[in-house]
Every structure is written in structure tokens, then in C-alpha cells.
Write a protein that binds this ligand. Structure first.
Ligand SMILES: *[C@@H]1O[C@H](CO)[C@@H](O)[C@H](O)[C@H]1NC(C)=O
Ligand SMILES: *[C@@H]1O[C@H](CO)[C@@H](O)[C@H](O)[C@H]1NC(C)=O
Ligand SMILES: *[C@@H]1O[C@H](CO)[C@@H](O)[C@H](O)[C@H]1NC(C)=O
Ligand SMILES: *[C@@H]1O[C@H](CO)[C@@H](O)[C@H](O)[C@H]1NC(C)=O
Ligand SMILES: *[C@@H]1O[C@H](CO)[C@@H](O)[C@H](O)[C@H]1NC(C)=O
Length: 953
């Protein structure tokens, strides 16, 4: 070591010791240590006194740090154990820093004065440390939206002051811990009002001990876990309950009868379980707004008379609950009723909504029942659906209520506030409701159990905007206005609304402004109107701090200094030239982006046409998708196709997605891309793979789809996934896929021809429902005229319609042809072309319509059992398939006819075409392990012989 440095080091040591001895600002040492583990340090954390008022996010009492709030500050790195030394700390909020990763240090357990610990929407993983149980003052604990694994530590039961416990949207597993005399458990948290545990992997029974009359819980949210057993009787003792969500578990048995004692409940979700006792009697739950009991195999019962006594009801969801008999007309005149969904039951007799049904009534879905008569009056709700009832047979088949689909298209976005939005705002800036261009802080508000279901009433959003502005103003936050948009129900039945918060004064927020706004939302200081129920906010990264720009400039000057001290003028010159060049390139690239980016200057004024009209699909940044695929690692790559690579990713909310990333050269113009995602985002059907979002950023084009767990139909037919598809399942898959295609052809607006229907483009979800995928690359109908479209021939060998190949005229009948091939695959489990033999020819040659099973035993998939009893309807199925593969399009059926035929076949075979399978794939033989992948566009036609030519050979 250089001798000259030694005295300096000694000085530093002395300095630190003096600091520590004086007890003055010892915290600075630990804050520095904390910061050393972060890549993006808060730039204002400099100097020796964190309490000098300049360190953003730090609050002190005297000379000790008592609060660190740094929400949405783009921090990256880990929290080191040094944090445990900040012994006076009371509040720690690091929410929405997705770059904070690693496991949570157990040293947090040393912060004995901590009352508030908030780490919402970060990237933490590993177990929740036991030591959190030794924070005697802790009253607010929010760890939701991370990747925490392992069990809920029983030690949390020692947090006697706890009021808020949010562990939702992690990967927690194991049982809900309760005390047992020696170990603590959550039943001891008698001050807790909130147990938010949804969307984890918690299993086992809900312990009876968890609940007692001492508990004061308001929100019990256990949805979307793997809980089993019965609902404990003790739940009926928690008189304070306002929201109860137990849906999407595997709960069975009877609903305890004392549940109706819970007369403070506003929202009750018991749906998607295996509850098989009698329907509970809920008389007396007079302030219940939202009741969802759907998809449970309750004991068959008449429509319960107590429903009409629930005079606060807005929403009644009871599809597939084995209801029988007639529906009384008085349920439609419940004063606030908005939605009644009773589809897939055995309701019969006459349906009458009455002459004076509630004027809030929006949707009445009675599809797939046995209603024989609709007592039509002069007016009835706009959205009344009776499809699949005898009342829709014959003459009535074309009545509006017999053809309507359930698409609801509510759209809302905050309108300009009596001003004219700027025509363009410049890159990344957005015009606020007050028509000022600035860089908004954006994110998604998610409401876990709203009391209403009518998303089209703009009054509710206005009330949300007003209450939010009031809260920001009373907390003296630098907010000009807020803008809400795109309200949608997601697959968890949560209401999601996008939120843009605009800065007042300056055109951008500073770091302290953002972290204070973030805290108001992460700490639930802001309380929305009661009707919205429990909520959380997840912010997007805020990339527009002015210091982020300054820092870039500074790093250039550091480079220059190094150059100078290296003593080379040439080097300096080179650096300067390189700098100028880089600057020019950057400016050019930015101009190109602006020119090519239809999203750059989104304008909330809908008329301007700038902003893409997306329904539910969200825009991802490149960084976000990079993070959720681990920087597009090979491990995340699940295949490649004509379009580019396909990656599997996990969004911060835990949702699995399949990301199609266009390769260089395959990208299209910005406008085309915009048109495509607008089209895709409008397509919503349960038998179609839906678009979650897209990325148009950093020169990339990516489409983000929901990830479908059980892979392709082909993989299951070939035995690769281990899922055994029996005849019933195959019929259901055929019907499901037919429904999806029917939707594309006849209900989508504009209609869509798939162009590449094949068994690798039909995916199976966890309940083995068919989902048609890869219609992303299809063109809407009507580009040339209404009947056909002329395009370059595209498709896959073995599935391609010979008429299309020869004439190059594309119609939806080409999809019907390919679908016929898939149907033949479904019965034979063979490739369309195998050993040079075409499947159509194979079947036709073996077929003898005079014999049992058309004499097809030798070509059928042996797994099917091959007896006439096991294969009811096989002959009809073959008939339909062969009609689909007729030579010319005009002799082939439409998808709607295929759908009807399939329904008939299933009914004759005694299978309810509309019953959802209640089993998940967990109960099937082997879990999916297939290595080939669904989202591929493999095997696409690239010259070669066509099946018809093959046949001719
Ligand atoms: C709760 O329900 C049970 C059974 O339904 C009843 O016996 C009991 O009195 C009720 N308790 C309260 C506090 O209402
Ligand atoms: C439901 O309970 C109420 C009283 O709590 C009772 O009057 C009514 O008869 C019950 N209804 C049914 C269908 O059991
Ligand atoms: C409706 O179904 C019930 C059995 O669930 C039956 O008793 C009743 O007769 C049926 N009513 C009509 C009008 O078909
Ligand atoms: C919209 O909501 C408001 C407040 O909840 C309510 O007063 C109003 O009647 C609703 N409008 C409609 C058409 O349902
Ligand atoms: C967090 O919010 C609660 C109310 O929800 C409030 O009582 C508490 O004071 C807040 N914490 C801080 C540090 O402001």
C-alpha cells in the first residue's frame, strides 16, 4: 500500500468513530452501506447528514432516521442487512421498484420500532423471513405482488398490533398457520382487518381455528389458491366481515348455514369451487351487493325465493349451479340490480322480466337453460340472452335475444376538462385532462371486489377521479389532474382501471413527488368510494426524472476527464467526435421513432385517432418484458416460428404469458402493428387465446398472449403430454374450437379468417377447454371485397384447402377445410400426412357406412376404446368431418353449422355441450411436460406437394 494513503485512512476511521460516539448521524453509515447495494442510488443522498432535509425519501426525528419512503424510484439491487441497524425506523416503503430483488433480509426483524413495512410490486423472492414476527409495533404489512415462496410464517401471529396483512399475488404455499398452544398463528391477530392472501398456492383446509368472535376482520380474500375441505363453521362468527372471497379454490361440502349471520357483507364470492351441499339460504344479508356462487355442483334446487329479499343486490351470478324450475319475476325489480347471470342451469317454464324491471338492469344471461317461453313485452333489457333455450327454437331463432353474444364493450376514459388537448405533445408526453403536456406517472388500479358490475356508468369513474384529487390535494401533492381509462374485468374478476397522474407546475415529477404519491397509494392513505371495495395500485416505472437525463450527461464529462488525465489529446478528440456522432445518431433514431410510432403522442381525446383503441390489452415497455423473461434467456425460450422467437414469461402479478418477439426483418410498420393489436385486442372469446398486451418500444415488436398450460392439441393426441383425451373430451374440444372459429368468422368485427387452423394451433387450458391460437397473423375479411381476399398463399402442409391453393382466393371455407382435417386427426390421432398417406384418403378408404362404426376401427385411435358404446356419435362426427373437407367451398358447412352438429352429437351421446369440465388437469394422469410448443408457426407451407397432388400420385 502506498504510504501516503495511510494517514488518510486513519483520518477516515477517526471521523467515523467520532460520528458514532456522538450518536449524531450514525445512520448515515448504514444508509451509505444500503446504497452501496443499489445501482440506481437516489442522487440526493450525498453529504454526511441524512437529516439535513435534502435526502429525498428520508424523514428524521432529531438526528435519527424514522422513515424511508422511496416508492417508484427505479431502485435496483438488494436490501442489505445494514438496514437492521436503523434502529429508530418506523416506516419503510420501497414499493414499485421492480429492480429490487433477492430475498428479504431477516435483519428487518431488528427494527423494533417499525410500524409500516410496504414492499408492494417489487421483485423480491425467497421465503418471508420468520423474523418479521418480532416487530412488536408493526401494524401495516404489505408484501403483495412479489415472488415470495414458501409458507406464511406462523410467527406473523405475534404481530398483535397488525391491522393490514397483504400477501396476495406471490407464490406462497402450504397451509394457513394457526396457533397450537406452543406456536403462534394468524388466529391471534385479533386487531387485523385485512387478510389479503389471494393468488398464491396456499393449500390444505381453511383452519376452523382461524376464525372466532374475537376477530375483527373486514376483508377476507383467499381467492385463487388451492384450498380444500369445507368452509369452517367458525367463519359465521366474524360479524365484522364486509368482503369475503373464497372463489377459485377447491372447497367442497356444505356452505355453513350460519353464513347468513354475516349481515355486514357487501360482496360474497364462492364461485368456482366444488361446493356440493344445498344452496345456502342467505335471507337477512340485506346489504349484500354482489353475490357470485357460480360454477359449483350444489344439490339441484328450485330457484331460491330468498334472492328477492336481498334488496341491495346489484349482481347475481349463479351460472352452472344446478338451478331448476322457474325464475320469479321479482328478482328483476330489485332496485339496484344490474346483472343477472343464470346460464347453464335447468331453469324451465316461462321467463318474464316484468313490465317494471329495474332501470339499472344491464345484462340478463339465461343461455343454455330449458326456458320454453319468453314473455315478451314492449320493452326488455338490451342485453338479454336466451341462446340455447327451447324459446329460441323455430320461429324465434332470429329474435335479438336468441343471437346476441355476451360481448360487453364498456369503455371509459377521462374526458378533457373544458379544453382542447394539444394536437401533439412530443415523445412520451401526454396531454392531461387540463390539456397540458407532461410526463405522467402511470399504473393500474385494481379493485378486488367492487360492489357493482355495470362498468359502463361513467358516474362511478367521475367519483373515483374526484376522490383521488381530493386526497392528493389534502396531502399537498404536486398533482395537476388524474386520468382513468380502460375499465375491464380481468380473469380473477378484479376490476382494473389504468391511472395516469399528471404533475402540476413542472412537466415532470421529481423523485420526492413520485415517492409521496406512491406512498399515498401503497399505504392506502387514499380511500376510494366505498362501492369500489379493497384495492391496490401497481405503478409502471417512471423514466422521466430530470436527474436521469442529467446523469447521462455527467457520465460523458467523466469520460472526458479520464481522457485528459490519460494525457492523450488524440483520445479527447476521438471521444468528442464519438460523442457528437452518438448524439446525432440518437437524435436521428428519436426522430425515426416519432415518425414510426403511432403510440408516441397518444391523445386522450378519442376523436383524434392517435391513441390505439385497445380493449384490455396493455402496453409493455421493453424493460418490463426483458425483466419477466430474465433478459430473454434461453431457458425462457419455448420455440420459434415464422414470426420470430417465443418466450415464456411471468408478469409481476404472477400471470404467465407467452411472448412472441418479432425478429429483425419481420417487424412491420408502426401503423400496421397498431392496426393488428387493435384488431387482436377486440377479439375476446373463451375459446380464443387472448392478447394480454404488446410491446412497441426500443425498436421491438412483441405480442403478449395468455399462457395456456396444457399445450397443443397435437401434443395431447400424440401422447406427449400424458393427458388422456377420451371421447367426451374430444367432442368438447371439437365443439370449443368450432365455437372459437365461428366467433372469428361470424361475430368478430371485422370478421377474421384464421388461415392456419391446425392441431398445433389449438391449445388446451387447465380444464382442457380448447383455445384457438395464432390468429395474430391473419388478415381481416373484406380487404378486397366481401366474399374473398386474394393474398399470398399461406398455410400448413396437410391442412391447406386445395381450392384456396389453386385459386388463391381466401374465404372462411378454407378454415372449415382445415378444421375438417383436425377433426379427422381427433379420431385417428395421426398426422394429416403420415408415411406419404393423406388422412382424408386413409379414412375414406377404410370407411364402410353399412358397418358398425363405419368400419373404421383399424384407423381409429386405440385409446378411444373402439366400442360402439364408448364412441357414441362417431358416425355423425365422421360425416361432419368429411363434409368439411369437400372439394369446393360451397359444399362445405359454415362454422355455425359445424357447431350445431357438434352440439347435437353431444346431446345424443348424453353429454351436456355447455357443461364446463370441473376437473383441472391436476387430476389427469400426468402433468404436461411436452417440449414442443403451442405458439409456434412451425411447419408452415414453403413449397412442395399439396395433399391433393399427393393423393393423385
Ligand atoms: C348464527 O346462526 C346460528 C345458526 O344459523 C344461530 O343459531 C345463531 O343464533 C346465530 N348467531 C347470531 C349472533 O346471530
Ligand atoms: C331461509 O331462512 C329464512 C329465515 O332465516 C326462512 O324464513 C326461510 O323459510 C328459509 N328459506 C328456505 C328456502 O329455506
Ligand atoms: C320444470 O322442471 C321441474 C323439475 O325440475 C318440473 O317439476 C316442472 O314440471 C317443470 N316445469 C315446466 C313448465 O316444464
Ligand atoms: C350510475 O351510477 C350512479 C352512482 O352510483 C347512480 O346514481 C346512477 O343511477 C347510475 N346510472 C345508471 C344509468 O345506472
Ligand atoms: C398510512 O395510512 C394509515 C391509514 O390508512 C394512516 O393511519 C397512517 O398514518 C399512514 N402512515 C403514515 C406514515 O402516514
Amino acid at each position: 500500500m502506498d504510504i501516503r494513503i495511510k494517514p488518510l485512512l486513519v483520518l477516515v476511521f477517526i471521523f467515523i468513530h467520532v460520528l458514532l460516539a456522538s450518536g449524531q448521524t450514525e445512520d448515515v453509515v448504514y444508509l451509505q452501506a444500503l446504497m452501496d447495494n443499489w445501482q440506481n442510488k437516489p442522487p440526493s443522498w450525498v453529504g454526511s447528514d441524512p437529516c439535513d432535509g435534502k435526502w429525498i425519501g428520508i424523514k428524521c426525528t432529531g438526528s435519527r432516521v424514522t422513515s424511508i419512503t422511496l416508492a417508484s424510484n427505479n431502485l435496483k439491487g438488494e436490501i442489505s442487512g445494514d438496514i437492521g441497524q436503523l434502529s429508530e425506523l418506523q416506516t419503510l416503503d420501497l414499493s414499485y421498484n421492480t429492480g429490487l430483488t433477492g430475498s428479504l433480509t431477516p435483519d428487518i426483524g431488528s427494527l423494533k420500532k417499525l410500524t409500516t413495512l410496504i414492499l408492494v410490486g417489487c421483485g423480491f423472492n425467497g421465503p418471508i423471513p420468520d423474523s418479521l414476527g418480532s416487530l412488536p409495533q408493526l401494524s401495516y404489512l404489505a408484501l403483495n405482488f412479489n415472488g415470495f415462496t414458501g409458507p406464511i410464517p406462523p410467527s406473523l401471529g405475534k404481530l398483535t398490533e397488525l391491522y393490514w396483512l397483504d400477501l396476495a399475488n406471490n407464490k406462497l404455499s402450504g397451509p394457513i398457520p394457526v396457533s397450537d398452544g406452543t406456536a403462534p398463528g394468524l388466529d391471534l391477530l385479533v386487531k387485523a382487518k385485512h387478510f389479503h392472501f389471494g393468488s398464491n398456492k396456499l393449500s390444505g383446509q381453511i383452519p376452523a381455528k382461524l376464525f372466532s368472535s374475537k376477530m375483527t376482520l373486514k376483508h377476507v380474500l383467499f381467492e385463487d389458491n388451492q384450498l380444500t375441505g369445507t368452509i369452517p363453521l367458525t367463519l359465521g362468527l366474524v360479524q365484522t366481515l364486509e368482503v369475503l372471497r373464497l372463489d377459485r379454490n377447491s372447497l367442497s361440502g356444505e356452505v355453513p348455514s350460519n353464513i347468513k349471520n354475516l349481515t355486514s357483507i357487501n360482496q360474497l364470492f364462492l364461485s368456482n369451487n366444488k361446493l356440493n351441499g344445498p344452496l345456502p339460504n342467505l335471507t337477512g344479508m340485506t346489504i349484500l351487493n354482489y353475490l357470485d356462487m357460480s360454477n359449483n355442483p350444489f344439490k339441484p334446487s328450485q330457484f331460491p325465493s330468498w334472492v328477492s329479499s336481498l334488496q341491495s343486490l346489484t349482481t347475481l351470478m349463479m351460472q352452472d349451479t344446478r338451478l331448476q324450475g322457474e325464475v320469479p319475476l321479482d328478482i328483476f325489480s330489485i332496485p339496484q340490480i344490474e346483472t343477472v347471470v343464470l346460464s347453464n342451469n335447468q331453469i324451465n317454464g316461462t321467463l318474464d322480466v316484468g313490465a317494471t324491471y329495474s332501470n339499472h338492469l344491464q345484462l340478463v344471461d339465461m343461455s343454455n337453460n330449458s326456458i320454453s317461453v319468453f314473455a315478451q313485452r314492449s320493452n326488455y333489457p338490451d342485453d338479454l340472452i336466451l341462446i340455447g333455450n327451447p324459446a329460441c327454437m323455430g320461429m324465434k331463432a332470429t329474435a335479438p335475444y336468441c343471437v346476441r353474444s355476451t360481448e360487453s364493450n364498456s369503455s371509459y376514459s377521462t374526458p378533457p376538462n373544458n379544453c382542447i388537448p394539444a394536437a401533439t405533445c412530443g415523445l412520451y408526453k401526454v396531454s392531461s385532462p387540463n390539456c397540458k403536456c407532461s410526463y405522467p406517472y402511470t399504473g393500474t388500479l385494481t379493485f378486488r371486489a367492487p360492489s357493482f358490475s355495470d362498468l359502463g356508468n361513467s358516474t362511478i369513474y367521475t367519483s373515483l377521479e374526484t376522490s383521488m384529487m381530493t386526497s392528493f390535494e389534502s396531502n399537498y401533492l404536486p398533482v395537476d389532474s388524474v386520468s382513468l381509462g380502460q375499465p375491464t374485468k380481468n380473469s380473477d374478476d378484479y376490476l382494473e382501471i389504468t391511472l395516469d397522474i399528471f404533475p402540476s407546475g413542472d412537466e415532470r415529477f421529481n423523485r420526492s413527488g413520485i415517492s409521496r404519491i406512491g406512498f399515498v397509494l401503497s399505504n392506502q392513505t387514499y380511500k376510494p368510494p366505498h362501492a369500489f371495495g379493497p384495492y391496490f395500485f401497481i405503478a409502471h416505472n417512471y423514466d422521466y426524472f430530470s436527474d436521469a437525463f442529467k446523469r447521462k450527461r455527467k457520465s460523458v464529462s467523466i469520460g472526458v476527464i479520464i481522457g485528459v488525465s490519460a494525457g492523450g489529446c488524440v483520445l479527447v478528440l476521438l471521444l468528442v467526435i464519438a460523442g457528437i456522432y452518438a448524439y446525432r445518431q440518437k437524435a436521428r433514431a428519436e426522430r425515426a421513432i416519432v415518425k414510426n410510432s403511432p403510440f408516441a403522442s397518444w391523445d386522450p381525446d378519442k376523436g383524434s385517432g392517435g391513441r390505439p383503441q385497445l380493449k384490455g390489452a396493455r402496453s409493455f415497455t421493453f424493460e418490463e418484458l426483458k425483466a419477466c423473461t430474465n433478459n430473454f434467456t434461453a431457458a425462457a425460450n419455448i420455440g420459434s416460428g415464422g414470426y420470430g422467437m417465443v418466450y415464456r414469461g411471468s408478469l409481476p402479478n404472477g400471470q404467465l404469458v407467452a411472448i412472441k418477439r418479432a425478429q429483425q426483418g419481420s417487424t412491420q410498420g408502426g401503423l400496421e402493428f397498431k392496426t393488428e393489436i387493435e384488431l387482436l385486442s377486440r377479439v375476446h372469446h373463451k375459446n380464443l387465446v387472448s392478447l394480454v398486451g404488446f410491446c412497441f418500444d426500443a425498436g421491438e415488436q412483441m405480442l403478449v398472449y395468455e399462457y395456456i398450460v396444457n399445450g397443443t392439441l397435437k401434443d395431447s393426441l400424440s401422447g406427449r403430454t400424458g393427458i388422456r383425451l377420451d371421447w367426451t373430451r374430444r367432442l368438447k374440444i371439437t365443439l370449443g374450437a368450432a365455437r372459437g372459429l365461428h366467433y372469428l368468422h361470424e361475430l368478430a368485427d371485422p370478421p377474421i379468417i384464421h388461415r392456419d387452423v391446425k392441431s398445433t394451433n389449438i391449445l388446451l387450458d387447465e380444464r382442457l377447454n380448447a383455445k384457438v391460437s395464432d390468429f395474430g397473423l391473419c388478415k381481416p375479411l373484406g380487404e378486397v371485397d366481401q366474399t374473398h381476399v386474394t393474398t399470398q398463399v399461406k398455410g400448413t402442409m396437410g391442412y391447406m384447402d386445395p381450392e384456396y391453393y389453386m385459386t388463391q382466393q381466401l374465404t372462411e371455407k378454407s378454415d372449415v377445410y382445415s378444421f375438417g382435417i383436425v377433426m379427422l386427426e381427433l379420431i385417428t390421432a395421426r398426422n394429416p400426412i403420415e408415411k406419404g398417406k393423406y388422412i382424408v384418403r386413409l379414412v375414406k378408404e377404410a370407411m364402410d357406412t353399412g358397418k358398425e362404426l363405419y368400419n373404421l376401427r383399424e384407423v381409429l385411435d386405440p385409446i378411444l376404446g373402439l366400442s360402439s358404446e364408448a364412441l357414441q356419435g362417431l358416425e355423425k362426427f365422421v360425416d361432419v368431418a368429411l363434409r368439411c373437407v369437400e372439394e369446393t367451398g360451397d359444399r362445405r358447412p359454415k362454422m355455425s353449422e359445424v357447431m350445431k352438429e357438434m352440439e347435437n352429437i353431444m346431446e345424443l351421446a348424453g353429454i351436456n355441450p355447455n357443461a364446463e369440465s370441473t376437473n383441472t388437469s391436476e387430476s389427469y394422469e400426468v402433468k404436461s411436460k411436452g417440449n414442443s410448443h403451442p405458439y409456434l408457426n412451425d411447419f408452415s407451407y414453403s413449397g412442395g406437394l399439396l395433399p391433393s397432388e399427393l393423393e393423385a400420385k
